[in-house]
Ligand binder design. Structure first.
Ligand code: NAP
Length: 494
């Protein structure tokens, strides 16, 4: 007899963890526990509360397929609207009742004898479980560069915004010009006395005014049959077109670059700012940024764009390589996340006590981004090679949740302890994924998608629809099934 009601511990209460909990619960897995270090549900949408925080993927697509909302306030919803949507969906499905907040997981260890996992938290609590889902995401650990010197003023990262600190009248340095900075710079430029932006790389931009939806449009979405679904499909296809531009820089990519060039030339009237802000790499190599407000903000009289590299920080400011020192009250790090250190700083060990960090010493990889050989019934959500540059990560996470559910159904049906991907299957799928990056824009500059060896470790090389097709039906032949220990553990059904 197998385990009657497999227990599953899910780590990470963002979109991915919640999607998985809902999917498993719907299919009869009821012994679920959802852990997060935060005090509430929400993941990235809880942490990223900087001014102007919004999702640049339109909400009709950046939402669960099974919980479509017809009353989004605008094309790209702001952070608080997304957070309340996610919490509402979680509440509707009873997921909030599975939630253990303020739980900082320090380790996940597979026990070869018991053929189960032990998940341990910093405060001494632990959970014995049949399966573990790690849904901590790629954009979880803020990265602050180690720049020499010590700054005496206020400093914080965009994903840990200091809302107590009043920026009005202050001289503010912003380091970094990625998707986060592009959203908060136009907001803080309206408050601060002066904003200086330290840019290492320019970006390719496409327009997004993101005004509130007119009442007539909202009415139509709510009342015209099929309009909501059509809208979602349209945005999905737009995302796939962007992926085509990234996959094929010499053909579709030229179209993307032309659109961006025309838009940026229109927005960047000041020739000096235009020269500095212009990217020097292939369209789509880094994330293409959607904003109609950032480039105009750069041309405000109280905003300066600095492209000279930072040499050090001083007690009162920032010193650049040309020796210039600028004085600041505050530094905001818009410098992104430790994207290549999946699951950091959690310790994960599988069969034979092998640590995941050893297995991934040459760069992270996993079958379908989810399964690592030797880590039975450990599933990663938003794992290696599952990020998208032209779509909705929620689509990927729902796909992963359904795949994980299938894996656990096989475990249940066979009455075994766990499922483990065959090493040669994982190695072959990794080779196939890496081969698909050849010739794409992703390989043509440095970005957070690649590790120090140049391997693209975060992104999926294809389209959303291809990922979904690859994961639609789990093939049991690709897996080994781990038998229950002897004597057979029996459990009374819950
Ligand atoms: P990011 O895209 O990684 O940008 C970090 C910025 O900091 C880059 O401009 C980078 O320059 C710069 N930087 C890093 N280290 C530096 C250093 N030592 N000195 C100077 N500059 C440095 O981070 P992010 O803006 O937080 O965005 C991360 C990801 O989160 C995005 O790509 C996106 O996937 C997601 N995001 C999404 C949304 C959305 O609306 N959907 C919004 C925000 C974030 P280089 O480019 O030269 O490395």
């Amino acid at each position: 007899m197998g385990v009657a009601n497999e227990s599953v511990v899910i780590i990470g209460a963002g979109f991915g963890g919640i999607a998985t909990a809902i999917e498993l619960q719907r299919h009869g897995f009821t012994d679920l526990t959802l852990l997060d270090q935060a005090s509430g549900l929400g993941g990235t949408w809880l942490y990223n509360s900087y001014p102007g925080a919004a999702c640049d993927v339109p909400s009709h697509l950046y939402s669960f397929s099974f919980a479509q909302r017809r009353d989004w306030s605008r094309l790209c919803s702001p952070q608080d609207e997304i957070l309340s949507y996610l919490r509402e969906v979680a509440g509707d499905h009873g997921i909030d009742r599975l939630f253990e907040p303020n739980t900082r997981v320090t380790s996940c260890r597979w026990d070869d004898a018991a053929r189960r996992w032990t998940v341990s938290a910093q405060d001494g609590r632990s959970w014995e479980t049949d399966a573990v889902v790690i849904a901590t995401g790629q954009l979880n650990q803020p990265a602050i560069p180690s720049i020499p010197g010590e700054f005496g003023g206020r400093a914080f990262h965009s994903a840990r915004w200091d809302h107590e600190y009043d920026l009005r009248g202050k001289r503010v340095a912003v380091v970094g010009t990625g998707a986060s900075a592009v959203q908060f710079v136009p907001e803080i430029a309206e408050q601060a006395a002066a904003v200086t932006i330290f840019q290492r790389s320019g970006n390719w931009f496409l327009p997004r005014a993101n005004r509130p939806y007119p009442a007539a449009w909202k009415w139509a979405v709510q009342h015209v049959p099929g309009l909501q679904a059509y809208r979602r499909r349209f945005i999905f296809n737009y995302g796939e077109t962007l992926t085509a531009a990234i996959r094929h820089p010499r053909t579709f990519g030229r179209w993307g670059r032309l659109q961006s060039t025309l838009f940026m030339r229109r927005q960047l009237k000041d020739p000096e700012v235009r020269r500095k802000a212009w990217p020097d790499y292939t369209f789509g190599c880094k994330r293409v940024l959607f904003s109609s407000r950032y480039l105009p903000a750069l041309q405000r009289p109280n905003v300066e764009l600095v492209t000279e590299p930072i040499e050090r920080v001083s007690a009162g400011g920032v010193v650049t390589a040309d020796g210039a020192e600028r004085a600041f009250d505050c530094i905001i790090w818009g410098t992104g996340f430790r994207t290549n250190d999946f699951m950091f700083p959690m310790e994960v060990s599988g069969t034979g006590g092998r640590s995941l960090s050893e297995v991934w010493a040459g760069g992270a990889h996993a079958h379908n981004g989810i399964l690592v050989p030797g880590f039975p019934s450990m599933f990663i959500v938003y794992g290696p090679n599952t990020n998208t540059s032209g779509g909705s990560i929620i689509f990927y996470e729902e796909t992963q949740a359904a795949y994980i559910r299938q894996a656990l159904q096989h475990v249940r049906a066979r009455g075994v302890a766990a499922i483990d991907v065959q090493p040669e299957v994982e190695a072959a799928s990794d080779r196939a994924v890496q081969a698909r990056f050849a010739g794409t824009a992703w390989t043509q500059c440095d970005s957070w998608y690649r590790d120090e060896r140049g391997r693209v470790v975060t992104n999926w090389p294809g389209y959303m629809r291809q990922y979904e097709a690859a994961l639609r039906t789990l093939d049991p032949a690709e897996f080994a099934f781990v038998a229950l220990p002897d004597p057979v553990r029996t459990e009374v059904p819950a």
